[in-house]
Design a protein around this ligand. Structure first.
Ligand SMILES: NC(=O)c1ccc[n+]([C@@H]2O[C@H](COP(=O)([O-])OP(=O)(O)OC[C@H]3O[C@@H](n4cnc5c(N)ncnc54)[C@H](OP(=O)(O)O)[C@@H]3O)[C@@H](O)[C@H]2O)c1
Length: 427
């Protein structure tokens, strides 16, 4: 029997059940005749997901294949991955559930795309499986959701349009609630667990990076101008702090690949998060030390995991944000780039002894940041792998999305499907 093109694993989850109708809508809109199915551990729940998707899209989906697979049953995973060319994996937290699915994909020759926002998982997979994936001609691409396609592809858009030497990029993430405020949580519970363990196991990530990135990147001079940890960005009228999500880790991996494989000058990357009120930052700063301390030991982590609403001040809960809140939230990633008009032909890491003389601002904008845009980005990333492999690196391997999709038409596809990339200014 021929394989399906795509299976969505974890289709019953908060993210997965949103990808199902979105993938169907995109395939229809783009006139693509790709086959797909859904997978999870409960057939009945999966049937409900299809009924819900039929109600959303108005199309009959009763012929969509349903596959049962459980993380704790290796043969069910292999049976699932053997039925498809590409797996979209949304079963997280990925630090607990991800590796066994990657292994199943490698054993059956299946591309693996996930929506992880967990740097330790992504880098561990790269460390252990990049070479094997290259040899087998399989793509393993993490961070295909809100983390980190908008920012990573935003950097690619800058690289494609800068025309000169790009030295630094500062990304600013911020949101705007329309017709609001809309009370209630911002994100679903699974992301909270990922965050708790990410903070708690930060030392393990440091050790992993010593092995994965044993060779240091050159320090191309000059570094970008210093900024204080809390600073005001007047253009977006937001108070900003370093962005705690996965973007910086993902964007930096993309830059490392560009340097190591294409001899491109690595760009200095910094990522910030913008708040309307300084008081919001101060409130978070007041509770941050307690949160970090609780993340450090297993018994206190268990408390954090048991009471997400209480410990996150209501930002994360089981059941996630309301549809109304998600649909009324606009988000922006503004990327401020600096460099020089000059482009040295030979020395990719030439030290410039003059201040940058060229600036460009790219803005990536969309609606429904956590889950709506994730459904769009991971669906389009999957379609791109299946239709534009000839434009992807090395015929296989483990890559961040920016490096994997730099030469494909992913940005055009995203522009047609509600994630807008625009050059705001060029000086
Ligand atoms: N960084 C980003 O941009 C981004 C965006 C969205 C989501 N995410 C990540 O995606 C992951 C999922 O998030 P979510 O909010 O969708 O979580 P969720 O609602 O808890 O969904 C988890 C899914 O995993 C399935 N699952 C759990 N244990 C399983 C097992 N043993 N075998 C097979 N399937 C199993 C669940 O199936 P059942 O329904 O049967 O329980 C469900 O389908 C999280 O790691 C989250 O951080 C990241």
């Amino acid at each position: 029997m021929s394989r399906l093109d795509i299976i969505i694993f974890g289709a019953t989850g908060f993210t997965g059940r949103r990808i199902v109708p979105r993938l169907h809508e995109i395939l229809k809109k783009e006139y693509l005749n790709l086959t797909w199915g859904i997978a999870g551990r409960s057939k009945n729940k999966l049937k409900e997901v299809l009924i819900e998707a039929e109600q959303k899209t108005g199309d009959k989906l009763d012929e969509i294949e349903i596959i049962e697979a459980d993380i704790n049953n290796e043969s069910s995973l292999k049976s699932m991955t053997s039925k498809t060319k590409l797996l979209i994996n949304t079963v997280g937290p990925f630090r607990f559930y991800g590796e066994q699915v990657v292994q199943a994909c490698l054993s059956t020759g299946t591309h693996h795309l996930d929506v992880a926002g967990e740097p330790q998982f992504m880098e561990e997979i790269q460390y252990k499986y990049h070479k094997i994936a290259m040899e087998k001609g399989i793509y393993l691409i993490s961070a295909c959701g809100m983390d980190s396609i908008p920012a990573d592809m935003g950097v690619i858009h800058l690289q494609n349009n800068f025309d000169g030497t790009l030295n630094s990029i500062d990304s600013y993430h911020y949101g705007v609630e329309e017709n609001g405020p809309h009370p209630g949580p911002e994100l679903n519970y699974a992301t909270w667990i990922s965050a708790v363990y990410g903070v708690g196991k930060a030392k393990e990530l440091t050790e992993l990076r010593k092995k994965l990135f044993a060779k240091r990147l050159p320090k191309c001079l000059p570094p970008p101008q210093k900024r204080s940890t809390i600073h005001k960005n007047e253009e977006i009228n937001r108070w900003c702090i370093p962005f705690p999500a996965a973007d910086r880790a993902v964007l930096s991996r993309t830059q490392r690949y560009f340097y190591e494989e294409n001899q491109q000058r690595p760009i200095h990357i910094r990522c910030y998060w913008g708040f309307e009120e300084l008081s919001s930052i101060l409130k978070s700063a007041a509770v941050a030390p307690l949160f970090m301390a609780f993340c450090k030991t297993e018994p206190t982590r268990k408390l954090l995991v048991k009471y997400p609403g209480f410990f996150s001040g209501g930002a994360f809960t089981t059941g996630g944000p309301s549809e109304e809140k998600m649909e009324n939230t606009l988000f922006y990633v503004k990327l401020d780039a600096e460099g020089w008009a000059e482009k040295p032909e030979k020395d990719v890491c030439k030290d410039f002894d003059k201040a940058p003389d060229k600036k460009m601002v790219v803005r990536v904008a969309g609606r429904n940041p956590g889950y709506g845009i994730t459904s769009t980005t991971v669906s389009l990333a999957a379609i791109t792998v299946l239709t534009e492999q000839d434009k992807m690196p090395n015929k296989g391997g483990c890559y961040p999305p920016g490096y994997a999709f730099a030469k494909t038409s992913l940005i055009e596809r995203l522009n047609r499907n509600e994630l807008k990339f625009e050059i705001v200014s060029k000086l």
